[in-house]
Design a protein around this ligand. Structure first.
Ligand SMILES: *Cc1c(COP(=O)(O)O)cnc(C)c1O
Length: 355
C-alpha cells in the first residue's frame, strides 16, 4: 500500500497539562482516509490535515447504519518508543464486523500499516505521563446517496486519534453495576459481536437506567431468557469464584474483546483454571450470598481492568470484595499495562513497535 502523506499546514496547540486530557474530545493534526468503490476496491490511501468531511444527507450510514469501528491505543514507552498492542486482533475483528454488515473487507496488512503510519506521523501527540495514551479510532462508513435499503457501493475508511488521559485519575476505584432485565444490548444472530454504531445507540437507555438506579454501569443479560450474563457496559466481564476464573463464552451476541483474550491468556499463565461458559445471574447472586464470589471485573481497551465493587439486582444490592480491587484484578492490570508500555518482557509477542 502506498500511502500519500500531505503534512498538515495548520498545527494545533497540544494540551499543556496532560491531567486535563480526559477522553476523546481533542483530536490530532491529521487523519487517514481511504476510499472504496465496487470497481477498483480500496484505493487512494492518504494522511492529511484533520478536516470535516462532506457526504450526502442521503448517505447510507445516516439511515441504515452501515458503520464499523475499532478502538485501540498507542503507548509511549520509557525510551520514547511508541507501541501498539495486538493490532492484528483489531484488523481481524474489523473484518468480521465488515462481513456481517455487508461491507467490503480491508486487507489486514493494509489495516495495520495504515494505523502504524498514521501513529508514526502523529507520534508527538502520544502523551507522556503515566497512564496516558493516544486513543485510535479507525472506522468505515457506507456513503452511497440512496434511500433504498441496500448495501452501499462506496465506502470511506477513516482513522482519527485523540490523546487521552489516564482512565484512573484517582487510583483504581471499583464501579457499581445495575443488572438490566428489561432492555438488552444484542441478540444472537444479530450484530452483538461487531463493533457497529447501532449497538451503542441501543445501549444508551439501559445505561441511563443504571444511572437512575445509582449505578455506573449496566450488566447486560442475554436477549432470549434474560438470564445469562453477557457483558458490562462496553466491557467484557470476569468473575473469580472459589479460586476459578469464569467469563461468559463468546456466543455471537458478546463482543470478543482483545483485552478479554489477553486476560484469559494471562490468567492461564498465572496458573488459574479459566472457564469460558454460560453463567446465569442466579449463579452469580448465589455466589455473592455464599461469599464464594471473590472478585469481579470488566475488561476493555479503555480501562484495561475495571473492578466491580457493587451489584444491584432489582431492589437487592451486594458488595463485592469489600468494594476493593482484588489481588488478581490488580495483578492482571499491572501485568497488562507493563506489557503495553514496554516495561516488561513481552513473552506473548503482543507489542508492536511503531517507531
Ligand atoms: C470494544 C468493546 C469491548 C472490549 O473490547 P476490547 O477489544 O478489549 O477493547 C467489550 N464490549 C463491547 C460492547 C465493546 O464495544
Amino acid at each position: 500500500m502506498n500511502i500519500l502523506i500531505k503534512p498538515a499546514q495548520i498545527k494545533k496547540q497540544k494540551p499543556k497539562d496532560e491531567k486535563e486530557l480526559g477522553f476523546g474530545s481533542i483530536f490530532t493534526d491529521h487523519m487517514f482516509t481511504m476510499t472504496y468503490n465496487a470497481e477498483f476496491g480500496w484505493e487512494n490511501p492518504i494522511i492529511e490535515q484533520f478536516h470535516n468531511i462532506s457526504i450526502s444527507p442521503a448517505a447510507n450510514v445516516f439511515h441504515y447504519g452501515q458503520e464499523v469501528f475499532e478502538g485501540m491505543k498507542a503507548y509511549r514507552g520509557k525510551d520514547n518508543s511508541i507501541y501498539l498492542f495486538r493490532p492484528n486482533m483489531n484488523a481481524k475483528r474489523a473484518n468480521n464486523s465488515l462481513e456481517r454488515l455487508c461491507m467490503p473487507k480491508i486487507n489486514e496488512k493494509d489495516f495495520i500499516e495504515a494505523v502504524k503510519k498514521f501513529v508514526e506521523v502523529e507520534k508527538d501527540w502520544v502523551p507522556r505521563s503515566e497512564g496516558t495514551t493516544l486513543y485510535i479510532r479507525p472506522f468505515i462508513i457506507g456513503i452511497d446517496e440512496k434511500l433504498a435499503v441496500n448495501s452501499s457501493k462506496h465506502y470511506l475508511f477513516i482513522i482519527i486519534a485523540s490523546p487521552s488521559g489516564s482512565y484512573y485519575t484517582n487510583g483504581i476505584t471499583p464501579v457499581s453495576i445495575w443488572v438490566e432485565d428489561e432492555y438488552v444490548r444484542a441478540v444472537r444472530g444479530g450484530v452483538g459481536f461487531t463493533k457497529t454504531s447501532g449497538n451503542y445507540a441501543a445501549s444508551l437507555l439501559g445505561q441511563e437506567k443504571a444511572h437512575k438506579n445509582g449505578c455506573e454501569q449496566t450488566l447486560w443479560l442475554d436477549g432470549v431468557e434474560r438470564k445469562y450474563i453477557e457483558e458490562v457496559g462496553s466491557m467484557n466481564i470476569f468473575f473469580k469464584i472459589n479460586g476459578k476464573v469464569i467469563t461468559p463464552k463468546i456466543n455471537g451476541s458478546i463482543l470478543p474483546g482483545v483485552t478479554r483474550d489477553s486476560i484469559i491468556t494471562l490468567c492461564k499463565d498465572f496458573g488459574y483454571d479459566v472457564e469460558e461458559r454460560k453463567i446465569s445471574i442466579d449463579e452469580l447472586i448465589t455466589a455473592t450470598k455464599e461469599k464464594t464470589l471473590e472478585e469481579c471485573f470488566g475488561t476493555g481497551t479503555a480501562c484495561v481492568v475495571s473492578p466491580v465493587g457493587k451489584l444491584v439486582n432489582k431492589n437487592e444490592s451486594f458488595i463485592i470484595n469489600n468494594n476493593q480491587i482484588g489481588k488478581l484484578s490488580k495483578k492482571l492490570y499491572n501485568t497488562l499495562v507493563d506489557i503495553q508500555y514496554g516495561r516488561i518482557d513481552d513473552k506473548f509477542n503482543w507489542r508492536v513497535k511503531v517507531c
